[in-house]
Write a protein that binds this ligand. Structure first.
Ligand SMILES: [Zn+2]
Length: 330
């Protein structure tokens, strides 16, 4: 009996000791922050955009998408403006009507951050393995065009309550790829237009940073650092901070190494508008520019993870609100 009693007391002591250890380590390291993004909802937005069909610049589906987005962002309290312009049609004929959509959150804040995604889709799946599809197939652009837009739709839910001195603008650019022929047709029409206007008629506010979100929904997410973004002196600290935020959150899909150099909307934003802008892009996507770029190749988890990193980084920027930043460009 004595032995039993001793054992029981040892057990009780051991249980108490374990409890204290677990409790104190939780108290020391804190609970990991919880992801406030709703991945399923973000994914439903992506499906909703894809249900409109192909959404190339100047199409009826693009117009429907614009209406859908305007309603969505305004309902959540964003201030929506359209920046309209026209661009040459690579196929000839009439110039194509285009519009960038700008969504301002807390427009009174003079220092701001720009989150950018393209919302047009490539006219044709010209890298499809089937040559007939290349010319006549449907390109839905779930990841390429859809994912960045859907993610901004989801992030919009968190924007009204983002406290601090720094405001956020979403920029949905048109004409990122009204491209029928790779070597002939120009890319990045919307971001180029935005950057030129920004220089020609400088607004009262200044953008501290810009972040481009492109192809962020891949179910097998691998976000290497884009080579330009991590090489330019003015954007390197931005890349380091975002990837460090991911590491802190345990989002291992952000891989802190450069892999691809991508010509994306960050080029005109950084080179012309002088807004230090990086590109978050998963360029390793087999369905790229094929009929397979559908919601089935994307995942709610990927959208939620990228959104979480961006959101936590935005929150960190609020804490740094008073710090002046080095001038961009160069
Ligand atoms: Zn593309």
């Amino acid at each position: 009996m004595k032995l039993f009693t001793t054992d029981r007391w040892m057990l009780v002591r051991f249980a108490a000791f374990s409890f204290v250890m677990v409790w104190s380590s939780a108290a020391c390291f804190g609970q990991p922050p919880k992801n406030p993004l709703d991945g399923m909802r973000a994914f439903r937005y992506l499906e909703q955009l894809c249900a409109l069909g192909p959404r190339p610049s100047g199409s009826a589906a693009m117009q429907k998408q614009q209406e859908l987005l305007r309603e969505h962002f305004e309902k959540l309290g964003g201030k929506v403006t359209m920046q309209k312009f026209r661009a040459a049609n690579p196929l000839g004929g009439e110039r194509v009507p285009m519009a960038n959509m700008i969504v301002e959150w807390h427009p009174d804040r003079k220092e701001r951050i720009l989150l950018c995604a393209h919302y047009d889709t490539r006219p044709l799946p010209d890298r499809d393995p089937n040559p007939v599809q290349q010319r006549f197939g449907k390109f839905i652009g779930a990841n390429d065009g859809g994912s960045g837009t859907a993610l901004l739709m989801e992030l919009a839910h968190l924007m009204p309550k983002l406290e601090g001195p720094v405001g956020v603008d979403f920029l949905l650019v048109d004409g990122e790829e009204l491209v029928y022929e790779e070597k002939r047709d120009p890319y990045l029409l919307g971001s180029t237009w935005f950057a030129e206007q920004y220089i020609r008629q400088p607004p009262e506010h200044k953008y501290r940073w810009g972040v481009v979100l492109d192809m962020v929904g891949d179910e097998s997410l691998q976000l290497y650092q884009e080579r330009n973004s991590v090489t330019w002196r003015d954007t390197r600290p931005l890349v380091k901070e975002i990837w460090a935020t991911a590491a802190r959150l345990g989002v291992d899909e952000f891989i802190p190494r450069a892999r691809y150099e991508v010509k994306d909307d960050h080029l005109p934003l950084r080179n012309t508008a002088k807004i230090p802008t990086c590109d978050i892009i998963d360029f390793d996507y087999p369905a790229w520019h094929t009929t397979m770029d559908t919601p089935q190749r994307c995942s709610p988890t990927s959208l939620a993870k990228v959104g979480w990193v961006v959101y936590e980084w935005l929150k960190g920027q609020q804490a740094e609100g008073a710090k002046p930043q080095a001038a961009g460009g160069g």
